[in-house]
Every structure is written in structure tokens, then in C-alpha cells.
Design a binder for this molecule. Structure first.
Ligand SMILES: Nc1ncnc2c1ncn2[C@@H]1O[C@H](COP(=O)(O)OP(=O)(O)OP(=O)(O)O)[C@@H](O)[C@H]1O
Ligand SMILES: [Mg+2]
Length: 351
């Protein structure tokens, strides 16, 4: 039987997803395990984790050899535990006897730098590392707001909009329940605040684009792409995520709502629709190919696309560990497909 290992940083992460995958594994002749990378015992190279029991549908604590196929669903931050697990996973990836479903992607800035030379560059917002509060504030021009965001994933958290207005600096951010606006009457106060922010976290800066709907709510298109059992990429779903009125992010974890792509696209004229659909499919067809030319192989992708009032499309974010919330909200019938896809692709990898 093939052994399939599900990896997270904490046992409570991805509970439902892992359970649903595990329940379907047995029928495909696969044994499922879940573990935290730091629970590999160094000398024996065995793992302390849980083994799935298909008779009771329960995870049972056990000790087992490192599974052959690994599905890394760890969301690494900049804390010690993340760093430790990341190093262990990096070592696992060097082993020829193990197979990773996907190899993940670098941070937003490295990703931008790699794609800036590809044919996707017209769709990217030029991004730079925030090196100091001074470099941001001294370059702010009225009517040209910027966004600063952590270079490693944040589910809409820690993202700030900055604008210069009447010599004041306005900062906006979205929390789960409300949007918060803060005004710095003097530049040096804003500079000090940014310097504090970047002290232990890296941020990038890019132009703020008005990617909002007619109610001034930020929105984006969240696309889920996955490989099928033959290794071919497919667009699984496109959904619209809409944030709060006058807010700055559309993330669901920041209070955004989910609606079908089809309803949104129907609001355009025939020619506008044709243009948008064509542009989007050009981007989505070439994206996985370009990424796999630049980085190790992937299994799935979550891509956030923004659309400006002039209908230009912007690639906002590319995630190699996408969630399934948007996909399952707009199409609950996808459950079976989404929960078996990692297993089927895993079997293909072994072949
Ligand atoms: N330059 C920008 N201009 C306007 N809106 C933006 C810009 N960048 C981001 N946004 C809004 O903020 C949202 C979150 O940004 P982004 O996807 O880059 O970070 P994130 O979701 O926190 O990261 P991750 O998905 O890796 O957790 C976008 O979906 C979009 O709604
Ligand atoms: Mg995002």
C-alpha cells in the first residue's frame, strides 16, 4: 500500500481537509498519515504522528516511517517553530525516496522578481522591498497611494494603504470586523511607525490600484488551479471575493464575501466580456507553465486577479497552498473532486 503523509505546523490546522482526504484514501489503496515536520525522530527517521484508521474514521497516534508521498500544507511564518519545520521539509525534499505533491513557491517579492521577466510582466504591479520608513514616506505623492504588505502570506492581515493628503499621511487597514483609518499629522511619526513595522517582518511596497466595484468595495477573482491525475493543469473554479465598503482587501478572513464568477461577468457587455475572459484565460494558461519553468513542480495554485475600472487585469497574488473555501462555497458539488485530487495526483507521481 502507498503511504501518504499530510504535513501541518499544528495538529489543529487543516483538520477537515485532512479528514476528508484520509476517508477517501483507502479506496485508492493508500494509507494516510499526518504529522508535524518537527516530530520526525532524528536517528531512527521514524515519525511520531497519527495514522488514519479507515474502519473507525479516526486518527490514531502512532510511530511510522516517513511516508513516500508528502503533501505539505504548512503555512510557514517567521517564528521559530516555522523556521525549524521549514528546514526539515527542505531536507526531506532532497531525499530521492520521497515525493512531494508540490514544492511550494518563494515569497511574494522573489516571485515578483522571477515573473517580472516573463510574458506575465504586464499584469504585475511593480513591487519593491520596504527598506525604511523614510524611503516610503519621502516618495509619497498626493493622489498616488501605495500598499505595503508582508512578503510572506498573510490572508489579508498586515496590509496597509498609505496616502499623502494635505501634508498628512493617512493609513488604512482592514481588520476582521471593521476598517481602521489612522492619520499621522507629521511625516516623522509615519516614518517611525513604518520603521517599527518592518523591524521583524519584511514588507513590499507597490502602487495602490482602485480594484473596487460600484459600491466602492474592493473585490478580486480567486482562481483555483489543480493538476489532474495525468499531471495536466485545470482551472477548477473562479469565484469573486468582495471586501467591505471603503475597505482595502477582499480576503474572506478579513470579512470578505464570496459570490459566483458567472454572475459578475454577466454584468459586462458582450465585447467587454469577451475581452476579459480571453485575457484571463491567457494569464491562467501560461501561469503554471511559467512558474514550473522558474521553480520546482507544483500541484495546485490559488491566483488572485484584480480588475480595474478600465478593465485592465492585475495579478495580485499567487498561492501554492490555496484554500478551498471559495471553490466549495460557490460549488459544494466539488467536494468529491477536491478531496480525491491530491490522492490521485500522488499515485501518478509514484508511477
Ligand atoms: N496593490 C494593490 N492595490 C489594490 N488592492 C490590493 C493591492 N494589493 C492587494 N490588494 C487587495 O488586498 C488583497 C490581499 O492582498 P494579497 O493577496 O497580496 O495578500 P494576502 O492575501 O494577505 O496574501 P496571501 O494570499 O498570500 O495570504 C487582495 O486580494 C486585494 O483585494
Ligand atoms: Mg491573497
Amino acid at each position: 500500500m502507498l503511504s501518504f503523509g499530510l504535513l501541518t505546523l499544528h495538529t489543529n490546522n487543516e483538520k477537515t481537509y485532512f479528514m476528508e482526504i484520509a476517508k477517501r484514501a483507502h479506496l485508492l489503496d493508500i494509507e494516510c498519515f499526518r504529522f508535524i515536520p518537527s516530530n520526525i525522530i532524528p536517528n531512527s527517521e521514524k515519525v511520531h504522528g497519527d495514522k488514519f484508521n479507515p474502519l473507525t474514521n479516526e486518527w490514531m497516534p502512532s510511530e511510522f516511517p516517513i511516508p513516500k508521498i508528502l503533501y505539505d500544507r504548512c503555512f510557514y511564518g517567521e517564528d521559530t517553530h516555522s523556521k525549524q519545520c521549514k528546514a526539515i521539509v527542505k531536507w526531506l525534499k532532497t531525499r530521492n525516496d520521497l515525493l512531494f505533491l508540490g514544492h511550494g513557491l518563494p515569497n511574494k517579492l522573489d516571485l515578483y522578481n522571477a515573473l517580472a521577466n516573463s510574458k506575465l510582466s504586464p499584469y504585475l504591479l511593480p513591487s519593491k522591498l520596504v527598506t525604511s520608513g523614510e524611503s516610503i514616506v519621502h516618495r509619497l505623492i498626493p493622489h498616488k497611494p501605495v500598499m505595503i504588505k508582508p512578503i510572506s502570506g498573510s490572508q489579508g492581515r498586515g496590509i496597509y494603504y498609505l496616502e499623502k493628503k494635505n501634508n498628512e499621511i493617512i493609513v488604512k487597514t482592514d481588520k476582521q470586523k471593521k476598517s481602521i483609518t489612522r492619520t499621522f499629522p507629521y511625516e516623522d511619526k509615519a516614518i517611525a511607525w513604518i520603521n517599527y513595522l518592518i523591524k521583524d517582518r519584511s514588507y513590499l511596497v507597490q502602487e495602490y490600484k482602485e480594484l473596487t466595484n460600484e459600491n466602492n468595495q474592493p473585490f478580486d477573482i480567486r482562481v483555483l488551479l489543480q493538476k489532474d491525475e495525468y499531471g495536466n493543469w485545470h482551472v477548477i473554479t473562479k469565484g469573486i471575493r468582495t471586501g467591505k465598503q471603503d475597505g482595502i482587501v477582499s480576503n474572506v478572513s478579513a470579512g470578505g464575501t464570496i459570490s459566483p464568477f458567472e454572475t459578475w461577468i454577466e454584468s459586462f457587455s458582450v465585447s467587454e466580456k469577451e475581452y476579459l475572459v480571453q485575457e484571463m484565460s491567457d494569464i491562467l494558461d501560461s501561469m503554471p507553465i511559467i512558474l514550473e519553468q522558474n521553480f520546482p513542480p507544483l500541484f495546485e495554485l490559488g491566483i488572485d486577479l484584480g480588475v480595474s475600472k478600465d478593465h485592465s487585469i492585475w495579478i495580485l497574488d499567487i498561492n501554492s497552498k490555496p484554500g478551498r473555501k471559495v471553490a466549495l462555497t460557490i460549488n459544494p458539488f466539488l467536494e468529491e473532486k477536491l478531496y480525491t485530487a491530491p490522492l490521485l495526483y500522488g499515485k501518478t507521481l509514484v508511477k
